[in-house]
Design a protein around this ligand. Structure first.
Ligand code: FAD
Ligand code: NAI
Length: 488
């Protein structure tokens, strides 16, 4: 019964589009990143007449074009090179004349990005999402003016609008981006050659991922971090272990240091730093300085404030219940609103808005959003950190298991790291899972599911896991939280 009604709605939508194109859209999405394009596809699938306005010329936003995907392509390639360079001999594999063809690396990265962004254009066509390549701005709450990339102008009318305009790198005062010497992540992904020396300001997620890429390829990398630990938001024990591993790999960390200033010398740069707690100044020189001290919401030229949309003190679009902006029919999601700046968080919010607009119960569980750092080993986390639980006064139990005691990790010769499981002391309910180790980014999915379904650590511990797999380490960490592990 429901299926038949859904089909009729869909057919009607297609008919509407071809016959009454001057009719308003049900939904116009501004921004074609993971938040925006996913929302547009879902809305169209649910029968809404949907358009997406994207100025970049390609779909996929920061994530596909200059974020998640190109960085993961470079991380994968550089990891393979380093593995061959450092580890193959010990495994009995002989490789002669190993080297890096940087132009080919960049081409491969571009091919991967190109195929994915074109794939989304295909999904728009398949789902009948109208795609406008251009800059969208509000002229009223129901009218979007578009400066099309081909120079033409068009105005479209809509019942609802979703702002999904994302974010951009935060510039550092006195070290303006030229994307040649002083670079953001965008420049770091597209360097003309492998640098000899790289200084990274900010030991967060971008900092450690890009530091890993270039360190593996032979660059001398120094990371300057203001705080006393890297990737500040993650569990402290994991952060400390992670920093030790990266240091052993060859990345130099100057934690607890602040940047006083710097100079772009044209073909190199100078940065002056000083310990936060006081001490001697240090001058660092490098071919490039990567500034990765965070990203800021992007609302430039959108004219959102002119229709009554409000920004908070960090420039993010203020939202209330159900992603509403306070202006009737105008919603916002993704990096441009509060919350972790992650592609999958933006996607979940996009789906929720499409569902809310079609009378369904769109919902995002912010307690079950994983975070992954794609270094080697990877770091993956979900739920509360030990510091958060202590601060909130929650009585918790803790279990952990090292990859050193996991047979698959041994067989793969990847034994660094551990899994830490935090549970409610009384009920055994999973509160947080934190992994530093091989394949952590894939393994965390099981913990996310556990948290989503309100599982206890005993539930995961009693679940049969294939042998030999890395995921047995999660089972054992849960056994350790709940009672005792077997293999330790
Ligand atoms: P965006 O992806 O930023 O998309 C917004 C789009 O809106 C842009 O394409 C922009 O051109 C367009 N736009 C803006 N204003 C207008 C306008 N007025 N008219 C038309 N179009 C407009 N996240 C992860 O989850 N995993 C990762 O591994 C990961 N790696 C990253 C690596 C790097 C180097 C960077 C920089 C980010 C990474 N992120 C990662 C973060 C992720 O890219 C963002 O969280 C995600 O892209 C946010 O999606 P969004 O749709 O909110 O915004
Ligand atoms: P971030 O917030 O992760 O890290 C910024 C770091 O810079 C922090 O450790 C902070 O303490 C430090 N810092 C700030 N000011 C400083 C200063 N003046 N001197 C020295 N250090 C300073 O931000 P980052 O790395 O720029 O990434 C931006 C966003 O992109 C993140 O929110 C992240 O979620 C997303 N991203 C996600 C990835 C993933 O999921 N794998 C990969 C890359 C980015």
């Amino acid at each position: 019964m429901f299926k038949t009604r859904y089909l009729i709605t869909n057919q009607f939508t297609h008919f509407q589009r071809s016959s009454f194109s001057s009719q308003p859209f049900d939904l116009v999405v501004i921004g074609g990143g993971p938040g925006g394009y996913v929302a547009a596809i879902k809305a169209a699938q649910l029968g809404l007449k949907t358009a997406c306005v994207e100025k970049r010329g390609t779909l996929g936003g920061t994530c596909l074009n200059v974020g998640c995907i190109p960085s993961k392509a470079l991380l994968n390639i550089s990891h393979k090179y380093e593995d061959a360079h450092k580890n193959f001999k010990g495994l009995g594999i002989k490789v002669d004349n190993l080297g890096v063809d940087w132009a080919q690396v960049q081409k491969k990265k571009g091919d991967i990005v190109g195929s994915l962004t074109k794939g989304i254009e295909g999904l728009f066509a398949k789902n009948k999402v109208s795609y406008y390549k251009g800059w969208g701005k509000f002229t009223s709450k129901n009218e979007i003016a578009i400066d099309l990339n081909d120079g033409k102008k068009e105005t479209i009318t809509t019942k609802n609008t979703l702002i999904a305009t994302g974010s951009e790198p935060t510039p550092f005062p006195g070290l303006e981006f030229d994307e040649k010497v002083i670079i953001s992540s965008t420049g770091a992904l597209a360097l003309q050659q492998i640098p000899k020396k790289l200084v990274v300001i900010g030991g967060g997620v971008i900092g450690v991922e890009m530091a890993s890429v270039y360190q593996r390829l032979g660059t001398e990398v120094t990371v300057v971090e203001y705080l006393d630990n890297i990737c500040g938001a993650i569990d402290l024990e994991v952060s400390k272990a992670f920093q030790k591993i990266l240091t052993k790999q060859g990345i130099k960390f100057l934690i607890g240091h602040k940047v006083l200033g710097g100079k772009n010398l044209g073909n190199a740069a100078e940065v002056v730093i000083e310990p936060v707690k006081g001490g001697d100044k240090i001058t660092l020189t490098a071919d490039h300085v990567l500034v990765s001290t965070g990203r800021r919401p992007y609302t430039q030229g959108l004219n959102a404030e002119s229709i009554g949309v409000k920004l908070d003190n960090r420039g993010r679009i203020q939202i209330g219940h159900n992603f509403t902006t306070g202006v009737d029919g105008v919603y916002a999601i993704g990096d441009v609103v509060e919350g972790p700046m992650l592609a999958h968080k933006a996607e979940e919010e996009g789906i929720a808005v499409a569902e809310i607009l079609t009378g369904k119960v769109g919902h995002v569980n912010y307690d079950a959003i994983p975070g992954v750092i794609y270094t080697n080993p990877e770091v993956a986390t979900v739920g509360k950190t030990e510091e958060e639980l202590k601060k909130a006064g929650v009585q918790y139990a803790k279990g952990s298991f090292p990859f050193l005691a996991n047979s698959r990790a041994k067989a793969n010769d990847e034994i660094e790291g551990f899994i830490k499981v935090l549970t409610d002391k009384k009920t055994d309910k999973l509160l947080g899972v934190h992994i530093v180790g091989p394949n952590a980014g894939e393994m965390i999915a099981e913990a996310v599911l556990g948290i989503e379904y309100g599982a206890a650590s005993e539930d995961l511990a009693r679940t049969c896991h294939a042998h030999p797999t890395l995921s047995e380490a999660l089972k054992e960490a849960c056994m350790s939280a709940h009672f005792k592990p077997i293999h330790m």
